[in-house]
Design a protein around this ligand. Structure first.
Ligand SMILES: Nc1ncnc2c1ncn2[C@@H]1O[C@H](COP(=O)(O)OP(=O)(O)O)[C@@H](O)[C@H]1O
Ligand SMILES: [Mg+2]
Length: 367
């Protein structure tokens, strides 16, 4: 997949303009707070995911502007396609090839993008929510219907939580609860199974890269950690049944807190090196190498699933890596369209053959 053109208007601090990226490396450089990440974020939104910075839609509209318009021409599925996102007055208008889409989720899988920023470097160390976000966003790009499964699951959890709070006052709601729990178990089981399926593939792919980066010294293992044994999860019907039972068992305790204590919204990825949990025992270097391997594996899995290379965004991440890890990363992501943001021209010049974009105060200039 290749981005041919990106136009923007009223987007964050970016002045109205457009860029025509190179098919290989694109280096976006400039001082701090000039708009480099804003540019990468604008590209990322076409993956159909939410901002990798955790921003709200209203944050995208430039101060004092009515709306933000992003428009992209990209090459995918053997043809040039176009997508547009307009943010205005708390709403989003999304078009794909001129046709209005009901939501930005509909862009998922059209333009697959892998983003890597310094925040991702602490993915291993941080709480489970970040790792769930990582896996969900990765699965969504190769299985676009996963996003609907996930939203329905989240809706059902919210529904059960509301019922948990009402049950003490309305015992007649117990029957309703049975029905909701059955539905919750079906969707929860689907989420778990899709995440496990992805984790297994991620594990074998990332293990290879980690082996390379650690020069054969370390074995990386990634597994999905949830309330059910893995063998059970491979049998959909058995998983749903056991899930329902567990929900019924935990109902009383959950009523005290008013929240559902069990399910994919509480699950995690377990990441180990040579058998030890990296989160607790890994050095910072090992943790970073793990993330690097996982991110490169994420890109490789997109290629495997879609038979197209994803676009890679490296937001200010190179300066955070030592030279060996930098080499490794650049080497493994070569042959894809890459956007690299950095502060100094010096590091930009090192990346030969690329196109340079200089960013100053929201103005983007090809140099
Ligand atoms: N909605 C917005 N409207 C106008 N400016 C914004 C908006 N959101 C962020 N900015 C500005 O964008 C700049 C940060 O841009 P960013 O892309 O993060 O910088 P960097 O070049 O360091 O990556 C800041 O100056 C910030 O004030
Ligand atoms: Mg930045």
């Amino acid at each position: 997949m290749i981005i041919k053109r990106l136009s923007f208007e009223g987007y964050r601090n970016l002045s109205e303009g457009k860029i025509f990226p190179n098919e290989a490396v694109n280096v976006v450089y400039g001082k701090n707070a000039q708009g480099k990440t804003n540019l990468l974020e604008a590209l990322w939104l076409f993956s159909g995911n939410r901002s990798f910075r955790g921003a709200k839609d209203s944050d995208f509209i430039g101060f004092g502007k009515e709306q933000a318009v992003l428009d992209v021409d990209f090459f995918s599925e053997d043809r040039i396609q176009n997508a547009q996102i307009i943010f205005k007055q708390g709403k989003k208008e999304v078009k794909l090839n001129g046709i209005k889409q009901s939501s930005v989720n509909k862009l998922m899988g059209k333009l697959c993008i892998v983003v890597f920023s310094p925040e991702h470097l602490s993915l291993v160390k941080r709480g489970p929510a970040e790792r769930r976000r990582f896996i969900d966003s990765a699965v969504c790009q190769i299985r676009p219907n996963f996003s609907e499964t996930l939203s329905e699951y989240n809706r059902l959890v919210t529904q059960r939580n509301a019922l948990l709070r009402d049950l003490p006052y309305h015992s007649d709601l117990a029957d309703t609860m049975d029905i909701w729990e059955e539905r919750l178990a079906v969707f929860g089981a689907n989420v778990i199974r899709m995440r496990i399926n992805y984790t297994d593939r991620l594990c074998s792919m990332a293990e290879k890269y980690h082996n390379g980066i650690s020069e054969g010294k370390e074995k990386l293992e990634i597994s999905y950690s949830c309330a059910f044994p893995k063998e059970l999860c491979s049998d959909r019907e058995a998983l749903i049944e056991s899930y329902c039972e567990k929900l019924r068992e935990t109902r009383k305790d959950d009523m005290k807190d008013g929240v559902t204590s069990l399910g994919p919204h509480r699950d995690d990825l377990c990441i180990k090196i040579n058998g030890d949990n990296v989160r607790s025992f890994g050095s910072q270097g090992q943790q970073r190498s793990c993330v690097l391997s996982m991110k490169i594996a994420e890109a490789a899995l997109i290629k495997q699933a879609t038979e197209q290379e994803p676009i890679v965004l490296l937001d200010d991440v190179l300066s955070e890596l030592d030279s060996r890890r930098q080499e490794f990363l650049l080497n493994k992501i070569a042959e894809r369209q890459v956007f690299i943001s950095c502060c100094e021209r010096a590091s930009a010049d090192r990346l030969k053959g690329g196109k340079l974009f200089y960013v100053e105060n929201g103005e983007i200039m090809a140099v």
